[in-house]
Design a protein around this ligand. Structure first.
Ligand code: ZN
Length: 277
């Protein structure tokens, strides 16, 4: 990807559309069977998305969904942005005391968006694979824990087990990207990143808030994500990064479990989200 300024934002939007349509056609081709509306289209338009809030609170932690993989956390007067990108509307967002980047793909790493949202001198935590695109990065790799901006941050592996662009290849090989576990006061917040149901995710303990992806072909479908969430049983889970999938399926699959599923508005309609999906 090129990282120019204005043309880049436009390219990102067009690229997002292409990515969406290719993801949907790939999903159809691979035999996944998402619920269909009357037009036979994928379910993202028929799942009641318009009624969802974009903000939620868990104790003293305030969560604002921006788009897809991008969100804002507020805790104790500090603002954290996760994977800020130009596809999101940051007009109402706060400037970041800390930025977290999970991976190198453009829906997670956008140097121009990071520069806009970052307070002067605020640390940007990223895996080494993403570091050369970021000014003054704070590098953390899988398995490491550092305290940055007063917040304990543990980097957890995020990777595909089976899904990739071609046989023998994975969209996200182990070791490149980071999921994160943040400790905010007494709560542990897990940001999964782009991952399938790894042993590391299943083994997590004492997670209060989790953000778990569910899209094809890049991560895992909602039912698989729900199975994984049962294993580590966070108190509250937010489906995110689910473009082309129906998070209601995830919620239904966790009915009766001691896990609260909260659905937010991750794909606001135009003009707020920039791209139509
Ligand atoms: Zn992604």
């Amino acid at each position: 990807m090129a990282f120019g300024s204005e043309p880049r934002a436009r390219a990102a939007k067009v690229g997002g559309l292409l990515l969406l349509s290719s993801a949907l056609s790939l999903c159809a081709a691979c035999g996944a069977a998402p619920a269909q509306n009357q037009n036979g289209a994928a379910p993202q338009k028929s799942d009641g998305a318009a009624a969802r809030p974009s903000v939620s609170e868990v104790g003293d932690i305030r969560i604002t969904a921006i788009t897809h993989a991008s969100f804002q956390l507020e805790y104790g007067g500090r603002v954290i942005h996760v994977d800020p990108t130009g596809a999101g509307d940051y007009s109402a967002a706060k400037q970041a005391d800390l930025v977290l980047v999970t991976d190198i793909h453009p829906d997670h790493l956008d140097p121009a968006a990071i520069a806009k949202v970052r307070k002067a001198g605020a640390p940007v935590v990223a895996p080494s694979a993403a570091a050369d695109k970021i000014e003054s990065p704070t590098v953390i790799n899988n398995g490491e824990t550092k305290t940055v901006a007063g917040i304990s941050i543990e980097a957890v592996p995020m990777y595909n087990l089976q899904r990739g662009p071609s046989p023998g290849q994975l969209f996200h090989p182990k070791g490149r990207g980071n999921g994160y576990v943040l400790t905010l006061g007494s709560k542990r917040v897990y940001i999964a990143g782009d991952t399938e149901c790894t042993d590391e995710m299943r083994a997590l303990k004492n997670i209060d808030v989790a953000f778990v992806p569910m899209n094809l072909p890049y991560t895992m479908p909602p039912a698989e994500a729900a199975g994984c969430v049962k294993a580590f049983a966070p108190k509250v889970v937010f489906p995110y990064h689910y473009r082309g999938q129906n998070p209601e399926e995830f919620k239904a699959a966790l009915k009766g479990e001691p896990v609260e599923v909260r659905l937010l508005e991750w794909y606001p309609p135009e003009p707020k989200g920039g791209a139509p999906q």
